[in-house]
Ligand binder design. Structure first.
Ligand code: ADE
Ligand code: ZN
Length: 346
C-alpha cells in the first residue's frame, strides 16, 4: 500500500488542488454559470425572469433539492443549439482541467431539452464534441452518462432511451436523477434492465434526501455499479456493510449537501465516517455553478471543516480513479501519476 507522508494543515489545500483526480458526479447543466446563461439567452433571444447576472445569482438560496431543481431546469431553457451544449461542456472541462481533473464522467438530462423541442442529436452531438476536443485541448478524458428524470414516468424514460440509441456510441452509461423522495429506484426497474442488456454502465442517485431503502433497491433492483450521493446510508448498518463488502462507490458532493441542507454545516458532513467504515467514497461537485464551487473547492472546504488529512486526500483521489469507468490500464496510469504527485509534494 502507498505510504502517504504527513502534510502540515496549512499545506493541505495546495496538496488537494494539485493532486490529479477524476470527477464522477457533475450534471453538465449544473455547470451553467449565470454569465453563460445570460450570454446564451441573448444569443438565442430567450427571455429570462432575472434582470441581471447578480439578480440571478442572488436567487441561488435553496431550502431543499426541489427548490434547487426548479431554478436549475429554468436555467437550462437557454440551451437550444448544438453549439450551446458544446460551449457549456467546454467551459466546465476547462474549469475541471484547472482543478487537475484528468478524467470526468458527465451527467446530462436529455428530457429537460427534448421536452422543449430540442432534438436528441443537438444535445448529444454538442456535448460529445466537447468531450472529444477536451482530450486534445486539455489532456482531459471525458465521457457522458445519460440520466432519466425520476419525477417523470418509466414510459417517458423508455421513449428517451429509444431516441438516444442512434447515438449509443457517444455515451457510456445511464443514471437516474431529479426529485428523489416519492420516486424510488424500483419505478425504473424495467428500463434499467433493458439498459443493462444493452451493455451500459448503470448508476443512480439514491440516499441524497431519500431513505436507505432507496439505496438497497438501486443496488438490488436496478443493479447499479455506483451510488450517487448515498450519504443517508449511514442510518442503516447492514447497508453500510454491504456497500463496504461489495466496494460500491459513493459519489459524494459535500457543497451540494450543504446548499441543499442535507447537513446543517460542513463540519457535520459524514464523509470521514463513510471512509472510516471502509466505503469507496469520492468527492465531486454535482452542480458547481449553483452550489458555490468546483471540485477543488469541495475538497478544500470539506477538509478545512472536518479535519481530514493527507491520507484521506490520497484515498479519495485514488477512489475517484478506481470508481471510474475507464479501463484498467488507464486506471493504473492515473494512479501511478497520483502516487508520483504525493511522493514529490514538498
Ligand atoms: N439534478 C441535478 N442535481 C441533482 C441532485 N443533486 N439530485 C438530484 N437530481 C439532480
Ligand atoms: Zn447529482
Amino acid at each position: 500500500m502507498f505510504q502517504v507522508k504527513p502534510v502540515a494543515a496549512e499545506r493541505l489545500p495546495e496538496l488537494l488542488r494539485r493532486m490529479p483526480k477524476a470527477e464522477l458526479h457533475i450534471h453538465i447543466e449544473g455547470s451553467l454559470e449565470p454569465e453563460l446563461i445570460f450570454a446564451l439567452a441573448q444569443r438565442n433571444g430567450v427571455p429570462l425572469a432575472y434582470a441581471s447576472v447578480e439578480a440571478l445569482r442572488s436567487a441561488y438560496a435553496f431550502s431543499n433539492l426541489q427548490s434547487f431543481l426548479d431554478i436549475y431546469y429554468a436555467g437550462a431553457s437557454v440551451l437550444l443549439k448544438e453549439q450551446d451544449f458544446y460551449d457549456m461542456a467546454q467551459a466546465y472541462l476547462r474549469k475541471a482541467a484547472q482543478d487537475n481533473v484528468v478524467h470526468a464522467e458527465l451527467f446530462f438530462d436529455p428530457q429537460t431539452h427534448t421536452a422543449r423541442g430540442v432534438s436528441m442529436a443537438t444535445v448529444i452531438n454538442g456535448l460529445h464534441r466537447a468531450c472529444v476536443d477536451a482530450q486534445a485541448e486539455l489532456g482531459v478524458s471525458a465521457s457522458l452518462i445519460l440520466c432519466f428524470l425520476r419525477h417523470l414516468s418509466e414510459e417517458d424514460a423508455f421513449a428517451t432511451l429509444e431516441e438516444a440509441l442512434p447515438f449509443r456510441d457517444k455515451f457510456i452509461g445511464i443514471g437516474l436523477d431529479s426529485g428523489e423522495v416519492g420516486n424510488p429506484p424500483e419505478k425504473f426497474a424495467r428500463v434499467f434492465a433493458r439498459c443493462r442488456e444493452l451493455g451500459f454502465h448503470l448508476v443512480a442517485h439514491a440516499g441524497e434526501e431519500g431513505p436507505p431503502a432507496y439505496v438497497w433497491t438501486a443496488l438490488d433492483v436496478l443493479k447499479v455499479e455506483r451510488i450517487d450521493h448515498g450519504v443517508q446510508s449511514i442510518q442503516d448498518a447492514a447497508l453500510m456493510r454491504r456497500l463496504a463488502q461489495d466496494s460500491i462507490p459513493l459519489t459524494v458532493c459535500p457543497l451540494s449537501n450543504l446548499k441543499l441542507r442535507v447537513f446543517p454545516d460542513l463540519a457535520s458532513h459524514n464523509l470521514g465516517q463513510l471512509l472510516a467504515a471502509g466505503l469507496v467514497a469520492t468527492v465531486n461537485s454535482d452542480d458547481p455553478a449553483y452550489f458555490g464551487g468546483y471540485v477543488n473547492e469541495n475538497f478544500t472546504q470539506t477538509f478545512a471543516a472536518t479535519g481530514l488529512t493527507a491520507q484521506h486526500a490520497y484515498t479519495l483521489a485514488r477512489n475517484s480513479f478506481e470508481a471510474s469507468f475507464i479501463d484498467d490500464a488507464a486506471k493504473r496510469r492515473h494512479i501511478d501519476r497520483l502516487n508520483e504527485s504525493f511522493e514529490t509534494f514538498a
